[in-house]
Structures are given as C-alpha cells and as structure tokens.
Design a protein around this ligand. Sequence first.
Ligand SMILES: [Fe+2]
Ligand SMILES: [Fe+2]
Length: 169
Amino acid sequence: MATRTTTTGILSEEKSSERAEIIALLTKAYWMEIETVMSYIANSVNPDGVRAQEIIESLQDDVQEELGHAQQFAARIKELYGVVPGSLDFTAEQSYLQPPDHQTDIVHVVKGVIEAETGAIEHYNSIIEVTDGVDFVTQDMVIAILRDEEGHRRLFEGYLREYEAEGRA
Ligand SMILES: [Fe+2]
Ligand SMILES: [Fe+2]
C-alpha cells in the first residue's frame, strides 16, 4: 500500500512553491530571533547605574522568550519539510544594539530594543499576510509571537517616555 500523502493544505505536493516561500520567511525570522537573543544577553549584562536595573531585568526575561520564538520558528521550518540552517549561514544586522560608548547610556539600549522589536513586528506582519488562506498553522503561530513582540515594544516605549519626560532622550 502506498503511503498516503496529504492532498489539501500547505503540506500537499502542489503547494511546494508556497512552502518554499514560507520557509524562507521563517528562516529570516529564526535568524532575527537568534540575533535578538545575543543582543539582549549583552544588553542585560552591560548596563551600569541605578536606572539600569529595570532594563536588565526586562531583557533577562525577554532572552528566554526570544529563544522560545527561535525554537518555534525552527520547529515550523521542519514541519514544512525545510531544514533549519547551520550557524555559518548567519549574518548579523543589529547595528543599533551594539554596546554603547558608555555603559550608563540606557537610552541607547532602550531605543535599540524598540528598533529590534519594530523590525520583528514588520516581518511577522508580512508572514501573517503571506500565510493568510495558505498556511493557517504558521499564521496562528506567528500571530501569537507577534503579540509577544508588540508587548515588548510597548514596554520599552514606556521606558523611553520616562526618559523623554525628563529630557534625557
Ligand atoms: Fe521574538
Ligand atoms: Fe521581542
């Protein structure tokens, strides 16, 4: 008896080109999450000063969430018959989250986090659009992740407001 293959949905034979497009988008998302983990680890350790503690604790929590996102993107790549790339394929892009000249420069970190979260929000919105009506499972997963990123951005926008109110940003 021949193996029964799926005839409907994103895993079907005739959807291979759609799958390839989605796998490419998920791979980009995976690398964005991996780089964010690196950047948030560094920025949850480097800052100095009495005002740094809140930022440090937020970023420590976010490291675990972003790592979880990377694992979800990796798992979905495999489910779509893709292969999770090796580290040699990685290219860094987060110039705005490099350590500031002074480790008391918390505004630099806050603005960098907002930029990273905004980039994720834009990319995940585009995945949600591409998968609409094509791959509901990926869409559902990315909607949940998008909510996390919107929460992260909102939290850091609040930090920035405080600095702006004091004329420090
Ligand atoms: Fe994330
Ligand atoms: Fe995030």
